[in-house]
Design a protein around this ligand. Structure first.
Ligand code: SF4
Length: 170
């Protein structure tokens, strides 16, 4: 079998959320950039670059809850072009805190109905797994960095097993 030396193509996408896990992701670059720049093809990561490519991903990271029909369609499209999909942070994994309007009482729901209509939002906010199959989840608000790094390490081992065990230097 041919050795697989290709970089792992990743996408990072934010839906309805505060994007704090995106900030945490960029903070992790302080420690991991030198390693990750050789491993990952940052194909669609808007926080890092202006020109992003939306064609195919080995791993798609999804932050935020799904709050509109447009979100549903975009998420399904991302799933269709991604080998693995990882839900990032509590809003993606459980819906909340972004989904707190789901728990409003009738009066509160009536008070925000004009906003739901104005923004063409779904009647209820969804978690990522309500819409597509999720391969791994990283809980936390923002995401738990230990669980994120464990998930990333496992995915690197899956896509590039040659990188999982670094060669021992003499
Ligand atoms: S899980 Fe927390 S940090 Fe992440 S988007 Fe939701 S509110 Fe923000």
């Amino acid at each position: 079998m041919e050795p697989n030396n290709k970089k792992i193509a990743i996408g990072w996408f934010s839906f309805s959320c505060c994007e704090d896990s995106t900030i945490v992701f960029t903070e992790l670059m302080n420690d991991h950039w030198q390693e990750w720049k050789h491993i990952f093809d940052f194909r669609h990561v808007k926080v890092l670059k202006t020109h992003n490519i939306m064609d195919a991903f080995d791993i798609a990271f999804i932050e935020g809850a799904i709050a509109s029909p447009e979100h549903v369609e975009k998420l399904k499209h991302i799933r269709s072009i991604s080998k693995k999909l990882v839900a990032i942070g509590a809003c993606a994994v459980t819906g909340g805190p972004s989904a707190q309007r789901n728990n409003f009482n009738d009066e509160q729901k009536a008070n925000i109905a004009f906003l739901v209509e104005r923004f063409g939002a779904l009647p209820e906010v969804l978690k990522v797994s309500d819409v597509v199959t999720v391969d791994a989840s990283v809980p936390g608000c923002p995401m738990n960095t230990d669980i994120f790094l464990k998930a990333v390490t496992a995915l690197i081992a899956e896509f590039r097993p040659d990188l999982a065990t670094p060669p021992v230097s003499n």
